[in-house]
Design a protein around this ligand. Structure first.
Ligand SMILES: [Fe+2]
Ligand SMILES: [Fe+2]
Length: 276
């Protein structure tokens, strides 16, 4: 596996976002090793848009499964234990097989299913941002960057201008042959700022972003500005979910984002291609 070392210095930008000091060894794609498999993927487990044909249930919560380097991780847990349990079963996933649960922040639409995870998989490590209250068991606090697998990282971002009371949020970064894949929850710390933090972490432009950015609660011009900013930052594909799912938002994104816009849906699998 080709690798290079990158030192991430604490940096603060105009939006007040920072990543903590971290010295990481980020694996980079190797042209000499070309075996690519579909064993690595992300899959939407809970969201507002669900395919009833496939038997999934929908709710206004968010949860994503990421399988990478043999690690199975659940990012957020939706609103209700019942929907999480049902949709994990539909996806063929046993909660007891999870290696990590990452909670982006402690809003109920992201931690509501945690009680089910605590019951079904009491030993699974639960990761969360600093200081936010999480009930029911031990929590590992993430203050900067935590490497969870060869190609998988959890990234904390912070803002001095919190929305809905949230100033810290965790996002996931998967490093693929195409570039970084970024999974966000609500982007309370600002989607463009999280994208910038991901580029500082990896040294590459984000290739794909999925998840929420509170776009359905924003004015049209704000959403257009976010879309143009993502364009300028080199993002190639976006798949808005959760609090960014809205017909009006989709139209604004179509008009202002030049890359590929993809509909998110519960059950959808997105391959994470890595040469090994
Ligand atoms: Fe949310
Ligand atoms: Fe939130």
């Amino acid at each position: 596996m080709a690798a290079r070392s990158i030192v991430i210095a604490q940096a603060r930008n105009t939006a007040g976002i920072f990543t903590a000091i971290a010295a990481l060894c980020l694996p980079l794609p190797s042209g000499a090793e070309t075996e690519v498999t579909d064993t690595d993927y992300l899959q939407v487990i809970t969201d507002v848009t669900a395919s009833t044909e496939q038997g999934y249930r929908s709710e206004f919560g968010y949860a994503v499964l990421v399988v990478m380097d043999g690690v199975r991780l659940l990012f957020d847990t939706g609103v209700t234990a019942g929907v999480l349990q049902h949709n994990l079963r539909q996806a063929g996933v046993d909660a007891a097989d999870l290696d990590f649960v990452v909670l982006s922040h402690n809003h109920p639409d992201h931690i509501g299913g945690l009680a089910y995870i605590r019951r079904a998989a009491p030993a699974v490590p639960v990761l969360a941002p600093p200081k936010q209250g999480i009930d029911g068991g031990p929590v590992e606090r993430i203050n900067g960057v935590r490497r969870l697998a060869d190609h998988l990282y959890v990234l904390r971002t912070h803002t001095d201008e919190p929305t809905a009371g949230i100033s810290d949020e965790l996002s996931l970064v998967a490093l693929t042959d195409e570039g970084p894949y970024l999974v966000t929850a609500c982007s309370h710390t600002g989607l463009a700022s999280i994208v910038e933090a991901t580029t500082r972490l990896t040294g590459q432009a984000v290739y794909f972003q999925t998840g929420g950015a509170r776009l359905k609660f924003r004015q049209r011009e704000d959403t257009a500005a976010v879309a143009r900013r993502l364009d300028a930052l080199g993002v190639r594909r976006i798949s808005p979910g959760h609090c960014s799912v809205d017909h009006a938002v989709t139209r604004v994104l179509e008009e202002n984002f030049s890359g590929q816009l993809e509909l998110s849906e519960v059950g959808r699998r997105v391959p994470l291609r890595v040469s090994r």
